[in-house]
Design a protein. Structure first.
Length: 411
């Protein structure tokens, strides 16, 4: 083994940040870094399980815990006998945090952080696509969400730094870049001139003409302005795949979540996008069993799968987080929340299977990944017929569908 081992839980932003930490930790072969997630109680539990497994597998290693769960509740992780050090979401980008003589707990007030991306890395050891952080933190306070207390307030990366980083990644052979953040569509108001995400995307495409594939991580549909809309629907180098932070399909639930969009606005935005570019595949986050949700409200969310043509759904049973307003609201029975989540998953899986079936007989441009598979431009998973260089884009004909994966035929 060469260098530190990094175990990443949670979002794409964590993936990008894990690469930065891997570089900061250098050649420390005795170091395991667990980059945690706090989006649900289940994610926190999985973090604890990952810590215990890491120590069992490598009993002589020093286990460092960081990420949102560590930022929000450092004491819990410091109390675990397997943990050598706990470091916060700012401190994880300071090389001294990984030194042997570092303080056991280094977690500062994340709300005081005003900058982001001091950690521009030039490569991703185990991925065929690169994740580039353009924004961090969140200024909104959805009633169910603990993440702002792990990430701090919204702050953006200047466009010049983003473009330089993408150029370096292209020089390293990457053909696809994903722009990531906590609330990506809030990009820009804290920078001179108040640029927007659409303006940033436009500059990337103009100044990095050799980049063939640009993708966005999860975005907020209500913040897709005209400039970004035109790029999503008209620019072929923008991949036809959007993951929307919808959360629910009932207006009363959305209001109690303190979301900024209505059901009708979400449906209308998807309809506008698909009218201009029908091949855009829609993914979405949805929460089942939010406090006060009744059967009729749950049915509205279930219908959203069809109304927004959601083919890649991330479904979460509601998980109360201490310190959030929703945790103090009248709760839905956990068994009911799980049952509603199961219905959402079943509906989304049916729609996904139908969507994948429509691609049989078509030709798809697939980014090769490890393990003999890859993803098409619309992020449909494809099993490839023969090995090839990871990161290469291959045009393949789709012959069938098996186990939720398209099967490409030999050339």
């Amino acid at each position: 083994m060469s260098g530190a081992e990094v175990i990443t839980l949670g979002c794409r932003l964590n993936m990008a940040e894990s690469e930065a930490m891997r570089m900061l930790a250098g050649d420390a072969d005795d170091l395991v870094i667990v980059n945690s997630c706090a989006v649900t109680q289940s994610a926190v539990r999985q973090t604890r399980q990952a810590i215990r497994k890491a120590k069992r597998d490598r009993p002589d290693a020093r286990v460092f815990v960081t990420g949102c769960a560590a930022q929000i509740d450092p004491g819990t992780f410091a109390a675990m006998p397997e943990v050598a050090h706990v470091i916060g979401n700012r401190e994880k980008f300071e090389a001294e945090s990984f030194a042997g003589d570092a303080a056991r707990v280094r977690v500062a007030d994340i709300m005081r952080v005003r900058e982001t991306a001091p950690h521009l890395v030039s490569g991703f050891a185990s991925h065929s696509r690169a994740f580039v952080e353009v924004q961090n933190g969140c200024d909104h306070r959805c009633t169910f969400c603990i993440i702002p207390y792990g990430r701090g307030n919204s702050r953006s990366v200047p466009a010049g730094l983003v473009i330089d980083r993408i150029k370096a990644l292209i020089d390293d052979g990457y053909r696809e870049v994903v722009l990531t953040g906590v609330d990506v569509t809030s990009y820009g108001p804290d920078l001179p001139g108040s640029p927007t995400l659409g303006g940033l995307v436009e500059r990337i495409l103009r100044h990095v003409p050799e980049l063939p594939r640009l993708r966005l991580s999860s975005i907020d549909s209500v913040e897709i302005d005209d400039r970004l809309f035109d790029l999503i629907t008209d620019e072929p180098r923008m991949m036809p795949h959007l993951h929307l932070s919808l959360q629910a399909g009932d207006d009363m639930v959305l209001k109690r979540m303190k979301r900024r969009h209505s059901r009708a606005q979400a449906v209308e935005m998807v309809a506008r996008i698909k009218a201009r570019r029908p091949e855009v595949a829609i993914g979405a986050d949805l929460i089942a069993g939010f406090p006060t949700e009744d059967d009729a409200m749950a049915a509205n969310s279930l219908r959203l799968i069809d109304d927004c043509d959601i083919v890649m759904a991330h479904i979460f049973p509601y998980s109360p987080r201490v310190g959030t307003p929703a945790a103090r609201m009248p709760q839905v029975e956990p068994a009911v929340a799980r049952a509603r989540a199961r219905k959402l998953r079943e509906a989304s899986e049916r729609r996904r299977t139908n969507w994948l079936s429509t691609m049989i007989g078509t030709t798809q441009n697939v980014l090769r990944e490890r393990g003999g598979s890859g993803h098409a431009e619309n992020f449909a998973p494809v099993r490839l017929p023969s090995p090839g260089p990871v990161g290469q884009i291959a045009a393949v004909r789709i012959a069938g569908l098996e186990n939720d994966m398209l099967i490409a035929e030999p050339a």
